[in-house]
Structures are given as C-alpha cells and as structure tokens.
Design a protein around this ligand. Structure first.
Ligand SMILES: Nc1ncnc2c1ncn2[C@@H]1O[C@H](COP(=O)(O)OP(=O)(O)OP(=O)(O)O)[C@@H](O)[C@H]1O
Length: 275
C-alpha cells in the first residue's frame, strides 16, 4: 500500500511542531526519519498513524485520506511500534505478541489456532520464545522493545511505523531488528521508522527525511543525503562519512564522528543553526 504525505503540518492544539512536509512511501520501501531530540519525529509518526489530527495538509493511504478510512480497516493495515514503555498491566510477553492479532478477529472473537501459530512464529523469529510466560512489566527494557516489535509483526500489517525501534536493544538485537525490517520490506511491506543512528539508514533505508526545527532539511537516498554537510546542518557536529568494504565488491557508507574537545558542542550547534 502506498502512503502519501503532502504539505503536512503537524503538532498539538497549542503548538505546531512541523510544517510543509511531503514524502511518499511505496510498498517494499523503507523511509527513515532522522533529526535531533525534540524535532518532532514521534509527533510526525503519530500523525501519520492517525493518532493525532494533522494541522494542515494531506495523509493518504492507497489514495484515500487517512481520516476517511474505517478504524478497523486502518487497524489491519497499519502496524505501530511505539518507543518502549513500561506498561501497566500484567500481561505476559506471549499475550502482548498475541494482541497483534486483535485487528484480525471478529468483534468479541478470541484468537484461534492460526493466530497462536503466527504469534509463536514471531516469538521464535525475534528470539524471545523463552519469554512467552514472563510478565511484560518484569522483563528488561530491550526485551519489552522486542515484545512490542513482535506485537506489530504478529499483526501482519501492510505499512509498519516504528519509533526508534532499536533504542533499547543490544548490538545483536539491533542487527536482528534491522534485518527483520529489510525482510518485511522484501515482502512488500512499507516501513517508516525513526532513529538516532544514521548508519541504520545506510543499512536498510531507500529514503531518508532529515528534520530540524520542524522543517525538512533534506530528503532522498541515504547515500545522497547523509553527508558531512547535512549532518552538520541537522545535528551541529562534524561527522566523517566514509566508505567501508563489507564484502567482495560491496561497499557501504558509515558515519564516523570525531570526538573533538573544542570548540564546545553547544557553540558548534549554534554556528550550525546560523548556517
Ligand atoms: N502532548 C504534547 N503536547 C505538546 N507538546 C508536545 C507533546 N508531546 C511532545 N511535545 C513537544 O513536541 C516536540 C517534539 O516532540 P517529539 O517527541 O515529537 O520529538 P522527537 O523528535 O521524537 O524527540 P526524541 O528524539 O527526543 O524522541 C517537543 O518539543 C515536545 O516537547
């Protein structure tokens, strides 16, 4: 399914956070949102999901405005992995993942054999089958994050939105999640995710949106957009972007931030904001 965002302004009743944002996410593509803390990535994702009303502009899925979609149809179409939260109810990890099947059940229906099989497969894929009976509120932050990703995978959405999906994960699990995202994209699912790590865009994105102060600074293919100049404009740090050989004839870019003591970071950022 194609997601089109056109001249979107987004924010809260008392405050516009971002404006004039346009992009298109086609089936099988991965779009990565980068930007400093507080620039509006979560607000953007929640607006795209229909959880916040747009201030202006259009969000269309398969050409139909999100507001015109029936809630049940939207629930089957859009998957969401929020930033990890602690949760309040004593569900087990297995129950959390099984909740992903809810959108596929009839009203008051209970999960059937197929739903349990899907949930079990997802638990295996994410390497958390051993947590199936553990209480969600009493596992680690990274394990909770994997459970939320599992819930979204069990939903089998057409479009998947992930808010900093690797934030709490160890290095191995970060690779696992990025691999999963790529695998889902290969199956034709559109993926929109935010991250603080530009290397993740090199690893799995087709398109990058770089935001600062509620504006789109640049957008395009990671190799074209994630440059030293643009990273400086967005984050106010001098970063080297270098090619690394990762296999025979295969090269990927990666970001190398030099650790400079002077000038101080706030001063560098102030200069970048003026630039
Ligand atoms: N419910 C709310 N009402 C009003 N303003 C909010 C609300 N939630 C967040 N904000 C503000 O909106 C701005 C953008 O927040 P948002 O969480 O979207 O940023 P972000 O880019 O996802 O940040 P981070 O990288 O730190 O997670 C911030 O200034 C934040 O304080």
């Amino acid at each position: 399914m194609t997601l089109e965002v056109e001249r979107l302004a987004y924010g809260y009743s008392d405050r516009v956070i971002g404006r004039d944002l346009s992009f298109c996410l086609k089936p099988g593509q991965v779009v990565c949102v980068l930007g400093p803390n507080g620039c509006g990535k979560t607000t953007l994702l929640r607006t795209v999901l229909g959880l916040l009303p747009p201030v202006a502009g259009q969000i269309r899925i398969e050409g139909i405005a999100v507001q015109r979609w029936r809630r049940e149809a939207l629930a089957r179409t859009l998957g969401y992995v929020p930033q990890a939260h602690r949760g309040e109810f004593s569900f087990t990890v297995g129950e959390i993942v099984l909740m992903g099947r809810t959108a596929h059940l009839p009203l008051f229906g209970t999960p059937g054999r197929h739903d349990h099989e899907v949930a079990a497969r997802v638990l295996q894929t994410l390497g958390i089958a051993h947590l199936v009976d553990r209480v969600y509120t009493r596992v680690s932050g990274g394990e909770r994050q994997l459970a939320l990703i599992g819930r979204a995978l069990a939903q089998e959405p057409k479009l998947l939105v992930l808010d900093e999906p690797t934030a709490n994960l160890d290095f191995g699990n970060q690779v696992l999640v990025l691999h999963q995202m790529r695998a889902l994209a290969h199956q034709g699912i559109g993926i929109l995710f935010s991250t603080h790590d530009p290397d993740q865009a090199f690893a799995c994105a087709n398109q990058v949106l770089m935001l600062r102060d509620g504006r789109l600074v640049c957008a395009g293919a990671p190799e074209a957009v994630i440059t030293s100049d643009n990273l400086y404009r967005v984050y106010g740090v001098q970063v080297h972007v270098v090619d690394v050989a990762i296999g025979p004839g295969e090269v990927r870019k990666t970001c190398v931030p030099p650790l400079v003591a002077s000038p101080s970071l706030p001063a560098v950022r102030a200069a970048a904001e003026k630039a």
